[in-house]
Design a protein around this ligand. Structure first.
Ligand code: 2NE
Length: 297
């Protein structure tokens, strides 16, 4: 169901499956292949923040409206000298903030990709924890063709995912890769069969209406598989999943990754008797008695 906090969004759709533990955030600019402008990113960041804060939510699905694209990156029609700009706004690259937000969000984020995940949209799927793709999905970096690049996560995470040689290929050549190729390269976790790609290629067999219906059914298959993955994750320990996510990031994120992992240690300490001894003594204006706690070997 649409969430109350979704009111006022224009570029995205924000929904929660009440009682399921799943939030779904959809870029809603299909006429632009779900390219993002600064407003899109601001709305995405609000929705991700809400999903993070909502303790009933355990997994977030991130997707694009329709079957043509997950996201085609920055909206080139609003690109300026200083980044991307909404009317009367300064240029910015606020998608970099969204990448960090997804990395630091202590709940799994699943990219559900139908159609193109290219340019900055490809990086968005890479920073997600998992990617589930329809068989019509297409992956690639277009920056070198349109005068752009992402030398941050766009390179470092890709290199870890598919290896330095393949990452160089992807960035230097700016080719597109099919879902099957992406699967082989380790860019995605699962390709959901359902032949979105066949129905697109074999248009002569179908009327427009039948094709439309088929696409809807196939999109439902993709979503069913993604929700199944969410449900499996939701049967597990929230703290264990949180710790694993920050630990997996820490190896790549340097000081920022350590800071996140360390924050989780503080969080666990706050739940301990020892941690509460200090807080309670402070509130009661007494001396804390830490002598009852061992100095562990
Ligand atoms: C995505 C792709 C391959 C789809 O091709 P196709 O043939 O399916 O669709 P078409 O006709 O190209 O696109 C449909 C409409 O969407 C617009 C198009 O201009 C077209 O509009 P109309 O002609 O119908 O009015 N559209 C699609 N993508 C757009 C975009 N990114 N910005 C503005 N309008 C867009 C094909 O459309 C494509 O190659 N798109 C461009 C992909 C791209 O180069 N993205 C930017 C990469 S740079 C980046 O994202 C970035 C970064 O590198 C670093 C920091 C921040 C951002």
């Amino acid at each position: 169901v649409p969430d109350e906090s979704g009111k006022g969004f224009t570029d995205i759709i924000y929904e929660k499956a009440v009682g399921e533990g799943i939030a779904k955030i959809t870029i809603n600019r299909p006429e632009k292949r779900n390219a993002f402008r600064p407003l899109t990113i601001k709305e995405l960041m609000r929705a991700f923040a809400d999903a993070r804060d909502d303790t009933s939510i355990g997994v977030i699905i991130f997707t694009g409206k329709g079957t043509e694209a997950f996201c085609s990156g920055g909206d080139q029609s609003v690109r300026t000298k200083s980044g991307y700009a909404d009317p009367a706004d300064v240029g910015r690259l606020n998608v970099l903030d969204l990448q960090v937000q997804i990395r630091r969000l202590p709940k799994p984020v699943i990219a559900m990709v139908a159609g193109y995940a290219v340019g900055g949209g490809h990086i968005l799927h890479m920073v997600c924890d998992l990617t589930i793709a329809a068989d019509n999905a297409v992956f690639g970096q277009t920056g070198p063709k349109v005068g752009s690049f992402d030398a941050g996560y766009g390179c470092s995470i890709m290199s870890r995912l598919i290896g330095p040689k393949r990452a160089r290929e992807m960035w230097y050549l700016a080719r597109f890769y099919s879902a099957a190729e992406a699967d082989k390269m380790g860019l995605v976790n699962k390709v959901v069969p359902g032949s979105l790609i066949d129905s697109v290629n074999d248009q002569s067999r179908h009327t427009d209406v039948i094709m439309f219906m088929e696409k809807l059914v196939q999109l439902a298959n993709l979503e069913q598989e993604t929700v199944q993955w969410c449900r499996e994750i939701l049967t597990n320990s929230p703290t264990a999943v949180r710790m694993c996510k920050s630990a997996l990031n820490a190896v790549d994120d340097g000081h920022a990754g350590l800071q996140e992992l360390a924050g989780n240690a503080t969080l666990l300490f706050y739940g301990s008797e020892e941690g509460n001894e200090g807080k309670n003594a402070y509130l009661n204006k007494t001396r804390p008695n830490f002598s009852k706690f061992p100095w562990l070997p």
